[in-house]
Design a protein around this ligand. Structure first.
Ligand code: PMP
Length: 421
């Protein structure tokens, strides 16, 4: 691997030393056939597990039928069927869709849509948020300066407001919510007039920035302000959608209806596909021909997404994510009780973070890094996140079983012992 990767750019960072030969369900196998429990799911993508037979079958059938339909040239059935199906899982009235390839592209598309539909320029985002790496998406991203450093000037018109990060603020969730809403009102009064503000972008669970669920009262507060000022509320459900949080959408936890929903990752079990959904009344205000792309809505990706929806429904994966998430959180809380360096275990469904904090309250990146590496050595693949890389996160496929959750907790406990020895 070292020899062959000599030509790879050193810009790419690999979180684990694994050379994956194949994937099956919750497991990744390397070239020596060593088995790893994959609690990364390819950064929250392979929700139905690696190579789910029904997804494989649907994709294989589609590859042999029509790979590239190109929706601005000719239409194809997989895209039409998927659009119909997504309409049935999206909030009522958010039933007009178009497709691109990645989360970043979908975020950019949502921003263009919001600007055209409102005739306003500014976007409000929350500190620690991640919306992608393309230039406009990076301008909306504050999960860590590594995404922004050295590439500016970034897009103007972005206003960053505090996220209710209760643990960091040393506040209760209620206090943190009040604080963040007050600061948002202050931004609207001092920096970005509501008349200039097109959209508020929110991740229902702050992802790359540290796996912090947005309190339901915070999302409701955003909805109220959006309604009051005619600002569009954009739910970036790239990581939280498709059952990941134990509800179909992350915003379901708050009972809040966004104006625009962005989805990617879990949508097509690993095939590149993302979607932007909004009501007709919004889509018709945007300008025809201003969105699209060569590969958007690829026929194989759409077929895989249809099979993904079937699997999620038939195997009850949203409910499984809620149940297994609770079991995993309980297990992790038990490990944290033995290791005070883990100051906070939090999350929704199968999107759980363990935040490492030194006795003086500063981020303990070194211990988090050791624990992450020790886990991989023991056969448990994890990722880190947070601006300091001091949150170890767990995002297993939604098909994970109780035995696999327990196995992961056992391996994590052993990794923690090693990392703190
Ligand atoms: N939004 C969120 C919430 C994400 O988590 C990500 C990816 N981690 C993106 C956008 C960007 O998606 P992509 O990497 O597919 O461009």
């Amino acid at each position: 691997m070292a020899e062959q990767s000599a030509a790879l750019s050193p810009l790419l960072k690999q979180a684990t030393p694994v050379l994956a030969a194949r994937g099956e369900g919750v497991y990744i196998y390397d070239e020596d056939d060593r088995r790893y429990l994959d609690f990364t799911a390819g950064i929250g993508v392979t929700s139905t597990g690696h190579c789910h037979p029904r997804v494989v079958e649907a994709a294989q059938r589609q590859v042999a039928t029509l790979v590239h339909g190109q929706y601005t040239t000719v239409m194809h059935r997989p895209l039409l069927r998927l659009t119909e199906r997504l309409g049935s899982v999206l909030p009522e009235g958010i039933d007009r869709l178009f497709y691109v390839n990645s989360g970043s592209e979908a975020v950019e598309a949502a921003l263009r849509l919001a600007r055209q539909a409102t005739g306003r320029q500014n976007a409000i985002v929350f500190q620690g948020g991640f919306h992608g790496r393309t230039m406009a998406a990076a301008s909306l991203t504050t999960s860590g300066t590594k995404i922004r450093a050295g590439i500016g000037p970034l897009m103007p018109g972005v206003v960053v407001s505090p996220f209710p990060y209760a643990y960091r603020l040393g506040m209760s969730e209620e206090e943190a919510t009040e604080h963040a809403l007050r600061e948002l009102d202050y931004q609207l009064a001092t920096v970005s007039s509501p008349k200039d503000t097109a959209a508020i972008f929110i991740e229902p669970v702050l992802g790359e920035g540290g796996y912090i669920p947005a309190p339901p009262a915070f999302l409701r507060g955003l909805r109220e302000r959006a309604d009051e000022h005619g600002i569009l509320l954009v739910a970036d459900e790239v990581q939280t959608g498709f059952g990941r949080t134990g509800e179909f959408w992350g915003h379901d936890h708050a009972g809040v209806r966004p104006d625009i929903v962005i989805t990617a990752k879990g949508l097509a079990s690993g095939f590149p596909l993302s979607a932007i959904a909004a009501p007709d009344s919004l889509m018709e205000k945007a300008w025809p021909g201003s969105q699209g792309g060569t590969y958007g809505g690829n026929a194989v990706s759409c077929a895989a997404a249809l099979a993904t929806l079937d699997v999620i429904e038939d195997e009850g994966l949203v409910a499984n994510a809620a149940r297994m998430g609770e079991r995993l959180r309980e297990g992790l809380a038990g490990v944290a009780a033995d290791h005070p360096v883990i100051g906070d275990v939090r999350g929704l469904g199968l999107m759980i973070g363990n935040e490492f904090t030194a006795p003086d309250g500063s981020p303990d990146t070194a211990t988090a890094t050791r624990a992450h590496k020790a886990a991989a050595d023991k056969g448990l693949l994890l990722l880190t996140c947070g601006p300091h890389g001091n949150v170890v996160r767990m995002i297993p496929p939604l098909i994970v079983t109780a035995d696999q959750v327990d196995e992961a907790v056992t391996l994590w406990s052993a990794a923690m012992k090693e990392a703190t020895a």
